[in-house]
Design a protein around this ligand. Structure first.
Ligand code: NAI
Length: 536
């Protein structure tokens, strides 16, 4: 029999003051709670008031994470009541600060921590998890957390936050999700010297030992949770690309930093092209940063261009990249394989503002982690060359954004089409209010999760990301675009995700990748699978 203690301590079963009189009598809860019997809505009012009491976002974050540990239903009901308010607290930008302080603010660790010391017993550790039917694991090794670098085991804030968004933004049932950190050490000196660092106190393991560890993990998780889909998250760029390809055929997996980012950027650009009247194949893209995110976005855009008729050569001729050592040219000897398709037969150039005048792009996309890199000269050059320059400072968190919304709007005299990785407040320019759009992956991965879970998809393909991007773009109205938005308002995220998930699911059935028969009514089927934050 479930005891009163277990009911009050289990975040999934706990209803707090909402336990009914019958439940209180049945489980011996009388006296353990105040006499009042409240509704979930009243509890949301209290939780909201308590969040609002805190001034600093990090304290709001700590409160919300504790609420999740106490009462899961109340947490999701609260967060889902106002996604625009809570998403920046549960995820970026606050989660960046939370990860940096993870060892200090940690209350009750959530998720699974698998250390390199546990190799050869990973299966046993996975079997320790409370739930036996896990469908989504967000997995990180903490090496490149947002734009913040190596945070080791403290990167766990990211899988926890992302999985909260699967539920908040697309209704993926929380009991099917599992945050995992692979602890292979850290090269972060500050953490290694910090007595409160909660991970392995050693430098990162690399090479064959690392590869063997990931290999064992992948095969163990597939065995323990056969329907698992892994979202690889915040691995170092080259590592991320290698892992993404290596295990593609072993289990259903994707890399959100690469494929999710690519789809959200593509969705925004498709909307921008539609409303600005310039075809995708007529755009010329210059990326600042040539890592996982940049090449992921460019590869997906190139695929989309080919699907609408461009040849591969034509498509790739539209992409230029600039990294820490300057423009990617065929003269460069330091390029990695995944960067080679973007190297151009051009003069070397180490000045980004000059490169703009040399290449004459219609769009600049910042995925460099270098805050302020889109300076006034850079942005003015874009405005000089284009009627509607596309300016996307995508680096996270806010302190690493290549420019702010206000800077882009002011320096282009209100002409730019803008989206950023981190959120910016509305900008008033010469009497007109611009609402900056956030190219947040949250428009893609929760919907992808919902579609994969509902259809029990066996694989994640590029085409599924293209379809997701298209479905996202079609939900941007002219009214949104006129306000400056190239993404739908974040408060509509649940409906946006459902619409995207339906399109992805359709694609999954069309490509024979589903593990269940095609239902007669896809929308009804998808909706029937969604989590509702309510007491049972
Ligand atoms: P990465 O480490 O793979 O690539 C970073 C790239 O930036 C490298 O090519 C590096 O050479 C270049 N770079 C570094 N310093 C530079 C400098 N001073 N000048 C020019 N280039 C420089 O990292 P990844 O995964 O590509 O992520 C990059 C950024 O994009 C991060 O800040 C991340 O938070 C952000 N991002 C944003 C997303 C979104 O908002 N939707 C999604 C994914 C990533």
């Amino acid at each position: 029999m479930t005891t009163a203690f277990h009911l009050l301590q289990d975040p999934r079963k706990n209803k707090g003051t909402a336990f009914t009189k019958e439940e209180r009598d049945k489980h011996g809860l009388n006296g353990l709670l105040p006499n009042v019997i409240e509704t979930l809505d009243t509890q949301v009012l209290r939780a909201t008031a308590q969040v609002d009491e805190f001034e600093k976002p990090i304290n709001k974050y700590i409160y919300l994470m504790q609420l999740l540990e106490i009462n899961e239903t109340l947490f999701f009901k609260t967060v889902m009541s106002n996604p625009a308010k809570y998403l920046p607290l549960v995820y970026t930008p606050t989660v960046g600060e939370a990860c940096e302080a993870f060892g200090h603010i940690m209350r009750s660790p959530r998720g699974l921590y698998i250390s390199i010391k546990d190799k050869h017993r990973i299966k046993e550790i996975l079997q320790n998890w409370y739930d036996k039917d896990v469908r989504f694991a967000v997995v990180t090794d903490g090496e490149r957390i947002l734009g913040l670098g190596d945070l080791g085991v403290c990167g766990m804030g990211i899988p926890i936050g992302k999985l909260c968004l699967y539920t908040t933004c697309a209704g993926v049932p929380p009991e099917l999700t599992l945050p995992i950190t692979l602890d292979v050490g850290t090269n972060n000196k500050k953490f290694l010297d910090d007595p409160l660092y909660p991970g392995l106190r050693q430098r990162r393991v690399g090479g064959q030992e690392y590869d063997d560890f990931v290999f064992e993990f992948v095969h163990a998780i597939k065995e323990v949770f056969p329907k698992i889909c892994i979202q690889w998250e915040d691995f170092r760029g080259d590592e991320a690309i290698e892992i993404m390809h290596k295990y593609d055929d072993v289990l259903c997996s994707f890399n959100d930093d690469i494929e999710g980012t690519a789809a959200v950027a593509t969705g925004g650009l498709l909307a921008a092209c539609h409303y600005s009247g310039k075809a995708l194949t007529d755009q010329k893209f210059l990326f600042l940063g040539a890592g996982a995110a940049a090449t992921g976005i460019a590869n997906l855009l190139a695929l989309k261009m080919q699907l609408i008729g461009a040849s591969k050569e034509e498509a790739f001729s539209r992409f230029f990249m600039f990294d820490i050592n300057g423009l990617l040219t065929t003269n460069r000897k330091d390029l990695q394989d995944f960067q080679l398709p973007f190297a151009k037969d051009l003069e070397d150039n180490r000045n980004f503002a000059d490169a703009i005048m040399q290449i004459k792009p219609t769009a600049i996309i910042g995925v460099s982690t270098v805050g302020g890199a889109f300076n006034e000269q850079v942005v003015s050059n874009m405005a000089q060359l284009n009627e509607r320059p596309i300016i996307f400072p995508y680096s996270n968190p806010t302190s690493h954004a290549e420019c702010s919304a206000e800077q882009a709007i002011t320096w282009t005299k209100g002409k730019c089409i803008f989206a950023s990785g981190s959120p910016f407040a509305p900008v008033n320019y010469k009497g007109k209010t611009f609402v900056p759009g956030q190219g947040n992956n949250v428009y893609i991965f929760p919907a992808m999760g919902l579609a994969i879970y509902a259809t029990e998809a066996k694989k994640v393909t590029d085409k599924m990301f293209i379809v997701a991007a298209e479905a996202l773009a079609t939900q941007v109205t002219r009214e949104h675009f006129e306000k400056g938005l190239i993404y739908p308002p974040i408060n509509t995220i649940l409906e946006v995700s459902v619409n995207i998930a339906i399109r992805i699911a359709d694609e999954i059935f069309d490509s024979n990748l589903a593990g269940v028969p095609r239902p007669s009514n896809l929308e009804q089927f998808i909706r029937s699978k969604m989590y509702q934050p309510m007491y049972k």
